[in-house]
Design a protein around this ligand. Structure first.
Ligand SMILES: N=C(N)NCC[C@H]1O[C@@H](n2cnc3c(N)ncnc32)[C@H](O)[C@@H]1O
Length: 418
């Protein structure tokens, strides 16, 4: 995730021009269309600014705007909307590969997919998209007998991957190709396109776009996608420890009253997802549900622009509704008819992974009771400027039938996260 420094608050409002349309998804936001000139009064956070358009005030996504009068070329995002230098630069070092290889649940799942399909992999042509250090390609070469594995890697790690392939005696089967998969020329179509492309909340990094473009270009008719499908799971949850450490903390630190900072804390800590969350299964207020499902054979790049999922949860036990936790699962269908599907589940009831889970905090916690209904929808909207990012909007309503003072009212909140 990119973290931008928050610029100091200015007195005189600055005029910005809208680079693309934005549709508000809450009363506190401001809609605009490409070319609108907005007056920015306050850059309260790196992602959301307080702005005015034709006398109406509201929050606007900073990344959709460019300072009026700035030259087209001044705007880095238009030059490098994929932030490729930074993105592939980060994968050119070992840090992220060490994290991924150290994730045994992730890596062993891919090994299990290869082992359980080893007979069917014989004489097949495989593409390993975004192979990194080549681990999946070498699993294929060592545990099965494909005729060829094209190990495609865009970062400078590819040079080291070639060495690893040779070091492990796989050079007969594995060919390392350096470049973006959607730009490369392969000598032939492939029978299997395997990739480990998943990011936080399943889609961050949007590497999935490259997988779909490569599918359309290189996967032969009847070929197999691994993963074959993917799902984003969501559950309403308690998050008492996070709430205590970021909000309750300001009540009496060292005997002093710091509560005037709580609105700032709410803005700073609860308007962005917490990506490194490990939710305790006990904190789930009910069973999770899959809100977004991707069929990797049919989903199109254009579908990624905006994805909406409905949910209807029935609270199973009384507790404090602090927010929603999200994670993903991916499924690998068998190459054999009727063969068992392998699944990688990054949720709280499975072995932990380096993705952990993602916590979306409510603006304020709400007491809920068994039988309460939490229903609404989640909207993943891809950032039209920064192509590896998206906003997540959660709209929900609680219908409670207890005799509590809040009973029988609908609480409707929208939380927007970048
Ligand atoms: N979230 C993840 N799974 N990230 C894994 C990304 C790995 O794939 C590589 N990668 C990502 N996109 C591409 C692409 N379009 N072409 C080739 N390699 C890629 C990246 O350099 C890294 O080694």
């Amino acid at each position: 995730m990119q973290t931008e420094k928050v610029e100091e608050e200015d007195d005189a409002p600055e005029e910005y021009v809208a680079l693309c349309d934005f549709t508000a998804s809450g009363s506190e936001q401001l809609s605009f269309i490409t070319g609108d000139k907005l007056l920015v009064h306050n850059k309260s956070s790196a992602d959301w600014w307080w702005a005015e358009l034709q006398g109406v005030i509201g929050y606007v996504p900073a990344s959709y705007l460019r300072l009026d009068g700035a030259e087209e070329g001044d705007d880095a995002s238009l030059e490098d909307p994929w932030q490729d230098d930074e993105y592939f630069g980060s994968y050119g070092t070992l840090r992220l590969h060490l994290e991924m290889l150290s994730d045994r649940s992730r890596t062993e799942t891919y090994r299990q997919v290869i082992v359980s399909n080893s007979a069917s992999l014989r004489d097949k042509v495989v593409m390993d998209l975004g192979c990194g250090t080549g681990i999946i390609s070498m699993f294929c070469a060592q545990l099965a007998k494909p005729s060829m594995v094209y190990a495609v890697e865009a970062s400078s790690m590819a040079e080291h991957t070639r060495q690893l392939v040779k070091q492990n005696g796989c050079e007969e089967v594995v060919t390392v190709l350096q470049g973006r998969a959607e730009e490369l020329e392969l000598p032939e179509q492939v029978d299997i396109l395997v990739s480990e492309w998943m990011g936080n909340c399943l889609l961050f990094e949007f590497m999935v776009e490259s997988v779909l473009l490569a599918r359309d270009r290189w996967l032969r008719d009847g070929g197999v996608m691994w993963p074959s499908s993917a799902a984003l799971a969501l559950v309403p949850c308690q998050a008492d420890s996070y709430y205590t450490e970021t909000m309750a903390f300001w009540e009496r630190p060292y005997g002093l009253d710091f509560t005037p900072l709580q609105p700032l804390a709410q803005q700073e800590f609860f308007t962005k997802p917490k990506f490194s969350h490990l939710i305790d299964p006990e904190d789930c207020l009910c069973a999770p549900c899959d809100v977004i499902c991707l069929n990797m054979y049919t989903v199109q790049v254009r579908d990624l622009e905006e994805m909406t999922g409905e949910f209807q949860f029935c609270v199973e036990k009384p507790g404090i509704f602090h927010g929603f936790t999200a994670w993903f699962t991916v499924q690998f269908e068998s190459l054999e008819m009727g063969g068992a599907t392998v699944e990688l589940n990054t949720g709280p009831n499975s072995d932990p992974t380096h993705w952990k889970q993602t916590l979306f905090m409510l603006d304020r916690p709400i007491q809920v009771y068994a039988g309460d209904s939490i229903h609404g929808n989640i909207v993943l909207r891809r950032n039209p400027v920064w192509r590896r990012h998206m906003t997540v909007a959660l709209h929900w309503t609680i219908n409670s039938n207890t005799d509590d003072s809040q009973a029988n009212i609908s609480l409707h909140y929208t939380s927007i996260f970048i």
